[in-house]
Design a protein. Sequence first.
Length: 113
Amino acid sequence: MNKQDVIKYCLTLPNTYEDCPFTEDFETVTIKHCDNKKWFALIMQVRGEWYLNVKTEPEYSELLRNSYNYIIPAYHMNKEHWNTIILKENIDENLVKELIEQSYQLTKSKCKR
């Protein structure tokens, strides 16, 4: 998966939009929920590689980091709740999609009843 593949997939999730959060940086992209404006994916270039930050359950984060060499503690984020996926050629695309969906769910607003 590359940057455009990730963006395209993220935008298939309901009520989402792409945003460039930094005024001088049009390479970095966040994908946000329309209703609460929280982002669930951050795509940025770091030292020539594309990084994707996604939110995960803390107990799952460590397992992912120990199982996949392209998943590391989140770059410039809370490392308990966020992971970085280094977008390389040999990554498991289904896993990346699953993690994007998990991040999407974890960042949705809870309905008050």
